[in-house]
Design a binder for this molecule. Structure first.
Ligand code: ADP
Length: 497
C-alpha cells in the first residue's frame, strides 16, 4: 500500500518575533519615565500606580516568569523612588500613597499571572484539538470513512473532508439533503429518501446502503450509519458515518462471478457425465430392440410367416424397452441424489434457512424479500437438503426473472401455509415479467429454458424431488404480471401441532 507522509500540527515553539522586542524596549522606557516622575515630581498623587500599565503590557510580551519579574521590579522601583524623594519619613501621606501603589502593583501582577496561565492552558487545548482533528482526518482518509452531522428539523448539515471527497462535493459548497439526493444513483434515490423520512420521524438508529452516480458516469457504493443524539437544548441531531465500500463490493462481485462460473461449469460437467452415462446404458437395450425388430421382420417376410418367432421377438422388444425405461428412471433417481433422508421438519424453518442462503443474491439484485410464515411450526416429513434445493431454485429463478426490470421496485414474497386439503404449501411470488400462456405448460419439462445460458433442469429436478415427497408443484402466471410457483407436500401428523 502506498503511504503518504502525514503533516500533524506540532506544539508552537517559543520564538520571539522582532516586533515584540520593540514593544519590550517601549515598556522599559515607559517604566523609566514613570520612575523619574515618581522620584522627581512634587505632585501629591500616587504616580507609581501607573506601573500597572507596564505590568498589563508585559502580559503580552513575556512569559509568566517574565511578568512576575517585571512586577517585582516595579514594586522595587516604587520603594526606591520613595526612599530617594522622602528619605526615612514614615507615617506620612506620601508613605500611604506608596503603599496604595504597591497594593495596586501586587493585585495587577496577580491578575495578569492568572490571566496568562488560563491563556496558556487554552492555547494548549486548541493545539491538542488541532492535533486530534488532523489524526481524525487522516484516519478517515485511510479508512475511506467520512462523518456527517444532521440537525433536525432545520436539516442543517456538517460534512467532514472525507465525506465531501466521497460525494465529490468541493470545499466551497455547503452540502444539503437535495445535493445528496442529486448525487445518488436514480435507482437508489428512494432508499435515501426513506432514510431522510426516518430522520424526520426521529428514528434513533438508521442504516442504508446505496450507490452514487459520479459526474464521470462511474458508480460508487456507500454505506451510511447514523445515530440520534440530543444536544443540551434538547434538539435532535444525527451523527453519521459514511463509508466508501466500492472496492469491497467490486471484490465481492468478482468473487461471486467466479463462484457462479464455477457452479455453472460443475453443472455442465455433471450433465455431460450424465448424458454419456445415459447414452451408454440406453444404447444396449436400443440395439437389442433394433436387432429383435429386424429378426421379427425377417420372420414375417418369409413365404410362410412364423408368427411364434415374431411374437417372441416382440416380447424381447417389450422387455428391452422396459429395461431402457428402468435405466432412465435410475438415472433420474441418481440426479436427485440417492438415499434421501426423510425426517420430520418444520417447513417454515427450511424456508427461513433457504432464504438466508440466497440473501446475498437477493441483496445484490436489490430485491425486497418478504418471508411470511405462521407463528408456530409447520410439520412435514422430508429431506431437508432436497427441499432447500427446491426453495432456493424457486427463489433464484424469481430473482433472475426480475433482474432486467428497471424503474419499478422488485418484490418477492415467500409464504408458507396450508392448502384446503391440509397439506403444507410454499408459494414463491414475484412481480417480474411472468410466463406466457404458451410457455406455462412446458415450465417443468427437462431442458426447457428461456435464458441464454440456462440449463432448463432446475424446475424439472424440483418436480422430481416434490413428487418423491408425495407432493405436487405448479406455476401460475400472467405475462407481465409476475409469476407464482408453489408446491405442497403432505403434512406430518397434525401440521400445526
Ligand atoms: P433455468 O432457469 O436454468 O433455465 P429452470 O428449470 O430453473 O431452468 O427454469 C425454466 C424456465 O422457467 C426458465 O428459463 C424461465 O423461463 C422460466 N421461469 C422459472 N421461474 C420463473 C419466474 N419466476 N418468472 C418467469 N419465468 C420463470
Amino acid at each position: 500500500m502506498k503511504t503518504v507522509p502525514v503533516a500533524l500540527p506540532t506544539a508552537p515553539r517559543a520564538q520571539v518575533p522582532p516586533g515584540v522586542w520593540l514593544l519590550r524596549l517601549g515598556a522599559m522606557v515607559l517604566t523609566f519615565i514613570i520612575f523619574l516622575i515618581d522620584w522627581l515630581s512634587t505632585l501629591d498623587v500616587a504616580i507609581a500606580v501607573l506601573y500597572v500599565v507596564v505590568i498589563l503590557i508585559s502580559g503580552d510580551l513575556f512569559s509568566r516568569r517574565g511578568v512576575a519579574a517585571v512586577s517585582v521590579g516595579c514594586g522595587a522601583l516604587t520603594l526606591l523612588a520613595y526612599l530617594l524623594s522622602h528619605g526615612d519619613a514614615w507615617l506620612t501621606p506620601a508613605f500611604a500613597r506608596c503603599l496604595v501603589s504597591l497594593a495596586a502593583i501586587a493585585i495587577t501582577a496577580f491578575l495578569a499571572l492568572k490571566n496568562k496561565a488560563s491563556r496558556e492552558a487554552l492555547q494548549e487545548q486548541v493545539h491538542l484539538l488541532h492535533r486530534s482533528e488532523a489524526f481524525l482526518a487522516e484516519a478517515q482518509r485511510l479508512s475511506q470513512t467520512g462523518s456527517i452531522g444532521l440537525k433536525m428539523p432545520s436539516a442543517q448539515m456538517y460534512w467532514s473532508d472525507e465525506a465531501r471527497r466521497i460525494f465529490q462535493f468541493d470545499a466551497q459548497m455547503q452540502p444539503t439533503l437535495e445535493y445528496m439526493i442529486g448525487r445518488t444513483h436514480p435507482d437508489d434515490t428512494q432508499d435515501l429518501k426513506s432514510l431522510i423520512e426516518q430522520a424526520y420521524a426521529r428514528h434513533s438508529n438508521m442504516e442504508a446502503e446505496f450507490r452514487l452516480l459520479m459526474s464521470d458516469g462511474s458508480c460508487k457504493y456507500v454505506r451510511m450509519l447514523a445515530q440520534q443524539v440530543k444536544d443540551a437544548s434538547g434538539d435532535c441531531e444525527y451523527i453519521g458515518a459514511l463509508m466508501d465500500v466500492t472496492a469491497a463490493k467490486n471484490a465481492e462481485d468478482a468473487l461471486h462471478r467466479s463462484q457462479s462460473q464455477l457452479a455453472h461449469v460443475t453443472r455442465v460437467t455433471t450433465l455431460g457425465e450424465m448424458a454419456a452415462s445415459i447414452a451408454h446404458e440406453v444404447n444396449q437395450p436400443l440395439s437389442a430392440i433394433t436387432t429383435n425388430a429386424e429378426a421379427g421382420l425377417r420372420w414375417l417376410n418369409r413365404e410362410v410367416p412364423d408368427v411364434g418367432e415374431v411374437r417372441s421377438a416382440i416380447d424381447r422388444i417389450k422387455s428391452e424397452a422396459h429395461r431402457a425405461s428402468e435405466v432412465i428412471r435410475r438415472i433420474r433417481a441418481l440426479s436427485r441424489k440417492a438415499d434421501p433422508l426423510h425426517v420430520p421438519l418444520d417447513l417454515g424453518d427450511v424456508l427461513r434457512e433457504s432464504a438466508a442462503l440466497v440473501q446475498r443474491e437477493i441483496l445484490r439484485n436489490r430485491v425486497h424479500l418478504n418471508v411470511l410464515h405462521p407463528a408456530g411450526p409447520m410439520w412435514v416429513k422430508g429431506d431437508k437438503v432436497q427441499l432447500q434445493q427446491v426453495i432456493i431454485n424457486l427463489l433464484i429463478n424469481a430473482v433472475q426473472a426480475m433482474s432486467g426490470m428497471q424503474g419499478k421496485a422488485r418484490t418477492l414474497s415467500a409464504a408458507v401455509g396450508l392448502t384446503e386439503g391440509g397439506d403444507v404449501r410454499i408459494r414463491v411470488q414475484d412481480n417480474g415479467p411472468g410466463v406466457s400462456a404458451q410457455n406455462l405448460p412446458s415450465l417443468f419439462n427437462p431442458f426447457f429454458t428461456t435464458k441464454p445460458e440456462g440449463m432448463g433442469m432446475g424446475l424439472s429436478i424440483c418436480r422430481s424431488i416434490i413428487e418423491a415427497h408425495g407432493g405436487r408443484i405448479w406455476a401460475e402466471s400472467e405475462l407481465g404480471r409476475g409469476a407464482a410457483l408453489s408446491f405442497s407436500i403432505p403434512a406430518h401428523g397434525q401440521a400445526r401441532s
